[in-house]
Design a protein. Structure first.
Lengths: 101, 322
């Protein structure tokens, strides 16, 4: 099973609204990943994103589901900026895995 | 409260501006200007606007003669927030500048609408639009999420053709950085709170590395780093403290080195500013100096990772040698 999320339909041209990111994460990404389904985040028509938005979208799946998130989350039609921000979040989340408050 | 808008309203002078403010008697606001010429950065403007909104239109006035250059205050919307009528008469369609007038943003929907509708007023290239959207997106979100400001985020921006620079100011009259960081970080004073807020990975919502599901503590560090790489000024003012990142000198070749510790950056700071209940962040971006946005992000991301790695390593248990 695949969950395809067309980001532009939810956030328009620029991804900065963290409320939307949280909603997508809770209602679509986490349930699909928890069932070991693939999730494809399609950024077609999205020109940019803030680090905060991407963090709110994918940091929790990475922290809680780890390999399931790494294996089953896919990013499509990302421009260089969005690709870089997603990579930054992947790097620092892996650096911080296992840290406790 | 009294604000004097001088003929030197640039970010490099923001420290002296904060030290000159009189924020006593918080029930009324008097604004005066230089009698010959007034120059304001969006930072000065949003602070005046935020305080005017807080005390109410009826309790805010501009006193004394305002020079002709004060027309800019009208164009940016300041007269709409005060009881003094504008002395300037002109047709709105004479507005040929590239600016975003004072805007109040209270919800994430307001924020998205603002970014979609207002940023095009600056008429920037696609690359530069992305940077401005990024900065405003992060800073406004900080206000909405952490400031508990009843009046929301007050935003203004200006493009300066001569220097090919965009200046942005964002201000709130919420709880301020010191209070926002109290739960998890206990900063001892306002300047410590500002420096903590500028440190990568520090968020007011947790002490855990990587942050919470919603917050990573990266926003202000990213914006400060963008200002440094584009060799410009960046300011944070909260409580009685103020931090100004100074311009990285042009004669030093190559991309400026980024530091996780804001004390290592060339900066001015003050802990004797007038005590401001809220937070102001302002930044200048020189568009000539802006590398590809993804290159810029990659450099910032590397420093961010390193900071987390080093902080995590500092928590490691050490062998007990006897």
């Amino acid at each position: 099973m695949k969950e395809i999320i067309k980001m532009r339909e939810h956030i328009g041209d620029f991804a900065e609204n963290k409320d939307v990111a949280k909603k997508l994460r809770i209602e679509k990404i986490m349930p699909a990943l928890s069932n070991h389904n693939d999730v494809i985040l399609d950024f077609k028509g999205v020109s940019g994103a803030t680090q905060s938005f991407i963090h709110a979208l994918i940091s929790d799946p990475i922290r809680k589901l780890q390999d399931v998130a790494f294996n089953n989350l896919f990013y499509k039609n990302t421009n260089d900026d969005i690709r870089e921000i997603i990579s930054i979040v992947y790097r620092y989340m892996q650096e911080s895995l296992g840290d406790i408050e | 409260m009294k604000i004097f808008l001088s003929n030197q309203g640039y970010l490099r002078n923001f420290k002296s501006f904060t030290e000159s403010l009189d924020l006593s008697h918080p029930d009324r606001l008097e604004i005066t200007t230089h009698d010959k010429w007034v120059t304001v950065h969006p930072a000065n403007l949003v602070l005046a606007a935020a305080l005017a909104i807080q005390v109410g239109k009826e309790n805010t006035e501009i006193k004394g003669d305002v020079p002709d250059s004060g027309r800019y205050l009208d164009r940016m919307g300041l007269y709409g927030l005060i009881k003094t009528p504008s002395p300037f008469i002109y047709h709105k369609n004479e507005e040929s500048g590239r600016f975003v007038p004072i805007k109040i943003i209270k919800t994430s929907e307001d924020q998205s609408r603002f970014i979609t509708d207002m940023i095009p007023l600056l008429h920037l290239s696609e690359k530069n639009t992305t940077i401005v959207k990024y900065i405003i997106g992060e800073l406004v979100r900080n206000v909405l999420e952490h400031s508990f400001a009843e009046n929301g985020a007050i935003v203004a921006a200006q493009y300066y053709k001569k220097t090919n620079r965009v200046s942005i100011g964002i201000c709130d009259t919420g709880i301020g950085l010191w209070k926002s960081l109290q739960n998890f970080w206990h900063p001892k004073n306002d300047i410590s709170a500002i420096k903590l807020a500028l440190t990568p990975g520090i968020t007011g919502t947790t002490r855990r590395e990587g942050g919470t599901a919603e917050n990573a503590g990266a926003g202000l560090f990213f914006i400060k780093s963008i200002a440094k790489i584009t060799r410009n000024y960046f300011v944070v003012y909260s409580g009685n403290a103020e931090y100004t990142l100074l311009k990285h000198k042009k004669r030093i070749k190559g991309m400026p080195r980024l530091y996780a510790d804001p004390d290592r950056d060339l900066h001015n700071e003050s802990d004797i500013a007038a005590s401001f209940k809220g937070t102001l962040v302002a930044v200048d971006i020189s568009l000539d100096e802006t590398p590809g946005f993804n290159d810029l992000l990659a450099s910032i991301g590397d420093v961010y990772d390193k900071a987390i790695r080093e902080r995590k390593r500092s928590k490691y248990k050490v062998p007990k040698f006897i």
